[in-house]
Design a protein around this ligand. Structure first.
Ligand code: GLN
Length: 511
């Protein structure tokens, strides 16, 4: 029974809860049991809030018993990326510098999931301050990919993706600054969505790069992502970049999905050299299926996308260096005092030396350099110009097509350590995901099957014009149905069962 509960989609679990076939306390306990059984091997969670979750679940059950009107996800458990602050629950953003800090308030997306009756299970692992593509930069050790525990689950939101792929939670929240929702979805066979910039409030999201960050859903089905999107999107006066308009229902877009006549543009620059053969193969098979349903597939060019990574790795460190300046040993978390005491500056320096990991230090140095008086125009200024050119590529492409498509990332999940020593090879993972953040447009990664050469998941990415998030759910929902018919069921049906897994020596080492 409890094994069945963890394998349900959030939509189906929500329906069973509404029908009174199961209680939220039972559903929550089933997921907590699963976490207890497999998270030693997966390490998706930094903090499991078991007691709190059971209390929340009991409160939802009581409301239901009292006849309250509840939403479709009421009583369904959810995992929350540790980048979002949670009242009374640790929130570290994967960093030592925030160890022990307990926030006094909830981030707006957390408030919204609570209001919708969802049950937060705890906080998920991530690269420190969301900098990375593998979770190897977490100060608390990496998360393991449930498909192969010696491989990375993607990053920075590897914990959220792995928790969903390992059936520890049916839903999770992630954040995507350059791909941290979509790339983990690609390597774990899950669905990940970066909404339009400004669609979901960033209030209470520990900022990496404020002009790029966006919170979004991580799930096993497109409908589940849409249902969660409907809960978290909407105007928030506490975030000055929040879009004031109301949104159409994304769940409706999935239910009515129809791709006949839809024009899909294949981005020429993201479909060739540097992309693994099996990743491209699954990508093109997906496009063929959509074409059979009446979608029109055309090739489009985005000539400036090749400069996106260079621009991003100037804009992001510049913004991050400013955002992270608040971690000064006075206001939050860690404080390290040098032996024998020290001045304020010395305490600050010792705290940052001990509290920030190497990737964070690298980016702070890069960012402050790019912003320094003599170099501002040459680096930051030029990067902003490239950003405009990328935005114009999107504008031109969306004059020809309704959505764009590419593989979500160049390769399937790589092994721990493979890219750690060479930051540039790690950064190249984001080639297909970064342009959307630079332009503020929405993107989805949908599982497209397993790569024939290694049997690991592959994702296909769709991008839509700003505010047209519903188009992603339309095409994503349609493709999911077509692919399930091809495979005879959902991709995660073939994921390994981890309950009896014992860690090998290498996996222990990675932890
Ligand atoms: N991998 C990218 C980076 O390291 C993306 C991070 C993110 O989206 N938070 O910056």
């Amino acid at each position: 029974m409890s094994d069945d509960l963890i394998r349900l989609s959030a939509a189906d679990l929500g329906a069973k809860l509404a029908a009174g076939e199961v209680s939220s306390v039972e559903a929550t306990r089933a997921h907590l049991d699963r976490i207890a059984a497999v998270d030693g091997a997966v390490h998706a969670f930094l903090h499991v809030a078991g007691e709190h979750a059971l209390e929340t679940a009991a409160a939802v059950d009581a409301k239901r018993a009292a006849g309250d009107e509840l939403g479709p996800l009421a009583g369904v458990p959810i995992a929350v990326k540790d980048v979002l602050v949670t009242k009374g629950m640790p929130s570290t953003s994967g960093s030592r510098i925030l160890e022990g800090w307990i926030p006094p308030y909830d981030a707006t997306p957390v408030t919204k999931i609570r209001e919708a009756g969802l049950v937060p299970l705890g906080k998920t692992n991530m690269d420190e301050f969301a900098m990375g593509s593998s979770t190897e930069h977490s100060a608390y050790g990496p998360t393991h990919n449930p498909w192969d525990l010696e491989r990375i689950p993607g990053g920075s939101g590897g914990g959220s993706a792995a928790s969903v792929a390992a059936f520890e939670a049916p839903l999770a929240l992630g954040s995507d600054t350059g791909g941290s929702i979509r790339q983990p979805a690609h390597v774990t066979g899950t669905v990940g969505v970066k909404p339009t910039y400004g669609a979901v409030s960033r209030y209470g999201s520990i900022a990496l790069a404020s002009s790029l960050d966006q919170i979004g859903p991580v799930t096993r089905t497109v409908l589940d992502a849409a249902l969660l999107h409907d809960v978290i999107a909407g105007h928030d006066p506490l975030d000055s970049t929040s879009i004031p308009e109301t949104w159409p229902s994304m769940a409706e877009a999935v239910r009515r999905s129809d791709v006949s006549g839809l024009r899909i543009g294949v981005i020429k620059e993201l479909d060739g050299e540097g992309f693994q053969a099996g990743v491209r193969q699954r990508f093109h098979e997906s496009l063929d299926l959509l074409a059979k349903q009446g979608a029109e597939i055309v090739e489009v060019s985005a000539p400036h996308f090749e400069y996106s990574i260079a621009a991003y790795y100037l804009i992001l460190p510049a913004e991050a260096s400013s955002n992270l300046a608040k971690f000064d040993s006075v206001r939050f978390g860690l404080r390290v005092t040098p032996d024998g005491g020290g001045t304020v500056e010395q305490v600050m320096a010792a705290t940052r030396e001990a509290g920030f990991g190497p990737e964070v230090k690298r980016r702070i140095i890069l960012g402050t350099y790019a912003l320094s008086a003599g170099y501002y125009d040459a680096y930051y200024g030029s990067a902003q110009k490239v950003r405009t050119l990328v935005q114009r590529d999107f504008d031109a492409a969306f004059e020809q097509v309704d959505v764009l498509a590419s593989p979500t990332a160049p390769t399937t999940a790589f092994r721990f350590g493979e890219k750690l020593a060479d930051p540039l090879s790690m950064y190249l993972n984001d080639i297909a995901t970064i342009p959307a953040n630079l332009a503020g447009v929405p993107g989805i990664s949908v599982p497209a099957g397993l790569a024939p050469e290694d049997g690991l998941p592959v994702g296909i990415q769709f991008l839509a014009p700003a505010r047209q998030d519903a188009r992603l759910y339309n095409v994503g929902g349609a493709l999911e149905q077509l692919l399930e018919a091809e495979w005879g069921g959902p991709l995660l049906g073939s994921a390994p069962d981890l309950s009896t897994h014992e860690l090998t020596a290498t996996e222990e080492g990675a932890l």
